[in-house]
Design a binder for this molecule. Structure first.
Ligand SMILES: NC(=O)C1=CN([C@@H]2O[C@H](COP(=O)(O)OP(=O)(O)OC[C@H]3O[C@@H](n4cnc5c(N)ncnc54)[C@H](O)[C@@H]3O)[C@@H](O)[C@H]2O)C=CC1
Ligand SMILES: O=P(O)(O)OC[C@H]1O[C@](O)(CO)[C@@H](O)[C@@H]1O
Length: 376
């Protein structure tokens, strides 16, 4: 039996990765840092994954083990694992590397580490952290990109609601073995593949979540069908799609099919998701290679109007201002514009910063009733 460790037993760890492992009969060990979650997993030893459109029978996951990060048992599980999957958020991979360092000391068998995080190349981020930790054991790093939305079912202890999606694209440039997951698709040049997802699909997700948040929406799909948000997305895509077509060297047909598929999904009210969940970690999403700033720069490089993306950046800053200290969001140590400049290595008089600052003020002035199309 192949042995898999899943670091991070949250929505994707237990609700997405676990079902591929379960289907193929892997031994599953979760490693978690949240003690409350560990307690529930330890007490229940099982949970169900339900599917949004009721188009698949619930999957009942059981027979797994769960350990606290850095515990003796967690280290032993890492030492014994064939595969380690991470589902912790890219910003937490440095800590995962430390856990792997402790668990892989003297390990003989090869470990395949697969990141299940968003980013443009979280696999590389993981590898760099592992190199910095000077892990000497035999390992290869791969990554997947998750197109599947997964949320906890509120009012249950551990149950999950997810899409019936069986598509597991994975980076096959370093991990070259055949891979037995249902829906596994080997992909070369994964960074290009991931960038296309982040700059199209997650760019729209960023717009919906931050604009939806400032407009007072909790449910993501309701934000996506709001005419003000929806018109703003159409306006953005009319300019962004042709730029991305050129940027990625693909056909317009391919690019519009990709962006329209994302829009259709995000407007599907059966796919219950939340603006707060999709907006989490604004400091990561406001970074220079991410879903807001790179599409903004691509638009500018093509002499197109970056205003909508500047508005999204301003909305993300409002989200951060208001959500700091809640659900693990870090405090804003400086004012939002200084923070934005520091994240992106920009001066305060840069036209991008001026644009974001203008929209930040407008959102503040209209905080109780934000109409994007009037403020743009
Ligand atoms: N939930 C979703 O619909 C999707 C999630 N993803 C990606 O999946 C990854 C995880 O996201 P979710 O599962 O939604 O988040 P989540 O917050 O539900 O789960 C993350 C879990 O990791 C744990 N954790 C954090 N740092 C840790 C560490 N250093 N060691 C051990 N455990 C740690 C947290 O306590 C939490 O239980 C993210 O990178 C996200 O971008 C991607 C696409 C869809
Ligand atoms: O942590 P991130 O980057 O928001 O990633 C998770 C999100 O990505 C998505 O797949 C698209 O936004 C959402 O379904 C999910 O909430």
């Amino acid at each position: 039996m192949k042995k898999a460790v899943v670091i991070g037993a949250g929505q994707s760890g237990r609700g997405y990765v676990a079902r591929y492992l379960y289907e193929k009969g892997y031994q599953i060990t979760f490693i978690e840092e949240n003690e409350e979650l560990i307690k529930l997993l330890d007490e229940d030893r099982a949970f169900s994954i339900h599917f949004y459109h009721m188009d698949r029978k619930p999957v009942y996951i059981h027979g797994f083990r769960v350990y606290k990060t850095y515990s003796r048992q967690a280290e032993a599980a890492i030492a014994d694992a064939d595969f380690v999957f991470t589902a912790v958020g890219e910003q937490n991979l440095g800590d995962v590397a430390k856990q792997l360092k402790a668990g892989m000391e003297g390990k003989q068998k090869r470990t395949v580490v697969i990141t299940c995080e968003n980013g443009i190349n979280p696999g590389r981020v993981m590898r760099t952290h592992m190199q910095n930790e000077k892990i000497e054991a035999n390992y290869v790093v791969s990554q997947t990109a998750i197109f599947c939305s997964t949320v906890v079912i509120r009012g249950t202890r551990l149950d999950i609601l997810s899409q019936n999606e069986t598509y597991f694209p994975y980076d096959c440039d370093e991990f070259t073995d055949p891979f037995d997951f249902n829906g596994a698709v080997p992909i070369h040049d994964f960074e290009k593949f991931f960038k296309r997802k982040i700059y199209t699909y997650n760019c729209l997700a960023g717009l919906i979540s931050y604009c939806g948040y400032v407009k007072g929406y909790e449910v993501y799909g309701e934000a996506a069908i709001d005419p003000d948000v929806s018109d703003t997305m159409d306006q953005l895509l009319a300019e962004l799609d042709p730029c991305l077509m050129e940027y990625f060297g693909i056909t317009m047909e391919d690019q519009t099919a990709f962006s329209q598929k994302a829009l259709k999904k995000f407007k599907d009210l059966y796919i219950l998701d939340y603006t707060i969940k999709n907006g989490r970690a604004p400091y990561r999403k406001l970074g220079p290679t991410e879903r807001i700033m790179t599409p903004m720069r691509i638009l500018m490089d093509h002499k197109k109007d970056p205003s909508i993306m500047q508005f999204v950046a301003a909305a993300a800053l409002v989200y951060w201002e208001e959500r700091q200290g809640k659900n693990g969001e870090p405090m804003l140590e400086k004012d939002p514009i200084t923070t934005f400049c520091e994240l992106n290595d920009l001066q305060k008089d840069d036209p991008i910063v001026k644009g974001v600052e203008k929209y930040l003020e407008k959102i503040h002035q209209n905080r109780e009733h934000v109409v994007i199309q009037e403020l743009l």
